[in-house]
Design a protein around this ligand. Structure first.
Ligand SMILES: *Cc1c(COP(=O)(O)O)cnc(C)c1O
Length: 454
């Protein structure tokens, strides 16, 4: 009998609701605070940045939120995404483990990001907004939002982190193909960008700086709103379509996961895959280990402090309680741009503090090696970000080889690397270095965290 490589769902088997994990947690996450008053913020405080539908999702205590038909229609351009069984990788590793990966690279942007870009554009258009501003690091989020804005007739303006703008001209061209205008960040367009450039003319930029620029422009114009591609509760909510589909697909395969592994930048692809399974675990239906993998050069969960910090560098966003390396953190230019954010999703940080998930950090060369092994066996060149999850998946499968356990491992293959080949080029040329985030930098950042009188 020939083996099955892919488990697929028909359109009518796709989830019709997003899953909100908050009501199922043993305690709710700590509230965001106003940067000036340090008091919990209300929906109106966020209204200059986001439309009310998204704000209500951000604070929702409902377990399920219906996916609007207009959003489901766009999702159907590429969803449901396939669940693959990695038979060829398993054979190459000689492991008795069964490895599955949920592949989000089939989307218009090549990653999971359109799962939230589409509803964000939809709710903004519904509220009469004309333009969305945003930041992008690796270029994945900017591409996703540009595509989503084109679907709902919105303008889209993107601040792309300078280092990425220079390294990834094809990402910029792709955003332009979808109709967005793109600026390198820091830029001369905003007050905050000009301030950074005056101090550091050759600044490589950072996600925190680019967020400040995009927020500044949105806050000044009533017809413009801002969109964030990770970190926030509503973003993780939208991404749960990944896990809801995977539950049905694993059932088709007759399997149930023992270990779930995903990479974490702001936490959205990981949360999107893991939360529906965590619901089953919390309900006592599933015994599963859930593991987040981050880069050693940006180790927010494993080495960051769990405290209130700003989401951006300028300190314009609300204070959120999260694992952070400090809002003025400028990361080493590792190639996995999507994993270079100073903080972590407050919801995921809270879940980590509750002991419901594990976390570990890995150096990038080891991750690229796993990515290359995956490309040669499974035929997909992964984006640099999910190679972190792959490196941990390979290790888990090799442990199974030693112990003889036939564990089921499910990993998040959140994007392809077809526009990241410069990073692979650097890896093959032996030019990639493993940066470890130094302990002194952690001590230093602690001195600049916001002073809270709680
Ligand atoms: C943006 C991105 C990430 C990091 O963001 P999360 O919110 O942690 O998912 C990881 N992988 C890819 C391919 C991305 O585009």
């Amino acid at each position: 009998m020939s083996e099955t490589n892919r488990y697929l769902l028909d359109d009518d088997q796709m989830p019709t609701s997003w899953y909100n994990i908050i009501p199922d947690l043993p305690e709710p996450p700590p509230p965001p605070l106003h940067p000036a008053t340090q008091q919990p913020i209300g929906p109106d405080d966020l209204a200059p940045l986001f439309p009310m539908d998204l704000i209500l999702q951000e604070v929702s205590t409902e377990s399920y939120i219906e996916i609007p038909d207009e959003v489901q229609d766009v999702y159907k351009l590429w969803r449901a995404t396939p669940l693959h069984r990695a038979h060829r990788l398993e054979r190459a590793l000689g492991t008795p483990a069964r490895i599955y990966y949920k592949y989000e690279g089939v989307s218009p942007a090549g990653s999971h990001k359109p799962n939230t870009a589409v509803p964000q554009a939809f709710y903004n258009a519904k509220a009469g907004v004309k333009k969305l501003t945003t930041e992008t690091g690796a270029g994945q989020w900017g591409t996703a939002l540009a595509f989503a804005c084109a679907q709902f007739d919105l303008e889209c303006e993107v601040w792309q982190v300078r280092a990425s703008y220079d390294q990834k001209p094809y990402r910029r061209a792709m955003m332009q193909a979808f109709g967005a205008s793109v600026h390198p960040s820091p830029s001369e367009i905003t007050e905050f960008g000009r301030k950074i450039l005056a101090d550091t003319p050759d600044s490589p930029g950072s996600l925190g700086i680019a967020i400040s620029e995009a927020v500044e422009v949105a806050a000044q114009n009533p017809e413009v709103r801002y969109a964030l591609g990770s970190v926030l509760n509503h973003v993780l909510l939208h991404q749960t379509v990944i896990g809801e589909e995977a539950i049905k697909q694993l059932a088709l395969a007759g399997d149930s996961p023992d270990v779930i592994i995903g990479c974490t930048g702001g936490g959205s692809n990981f949360g999107g895959l893991a939360f529906p399974f965590l619901r089953e675990k919390l309900a006592g239906n599933l015994d599963v280990t859930i593991r987040a993998v981050e880069p050693k050069s940006c180790p927010t969960l494993t080495k960051g402090t769990y405290t209130y910090d700003y989401g951006d560098t300028a300190g314009m966003t609300p204070l959120v309680k999260m694992h952070t390396l400090g809002h003025d953190f400028i990361p080493d230019p590792i190639h996995a741009g999507g994993l270079r954010y100073h903080g972590m999703s407050p919801l995921l940080s809270h879940i980590y503090e509750l002991g419901l998930i594990e976390a570990e950090a890995r150096p990038q060369t080891e991750c690229f090696a796993a990515g290359v092994q995956f490309a040669r066996t499974e035929g997909i060149v992964p984006a640099p970000e999910p190679t972190h999850a792959l490196a941990a998946t390979v290790d888990e499968a090799l442990r199974c080889k030693e112990t003889g356990e036939d564990k089921v491992i499910l990993t998040a293959m959140c994007g392809h690397g077809m526009l990241d080949m410069a990073a692979y080029d650097a890896y093959f040329a032996g030019e990639l270095v493993d940066h470890e985030y130094p302990d002194e930098a952690i001590q230093d950042a602690l001195t600049r965290l916001p002073q809270m009188d709680l």
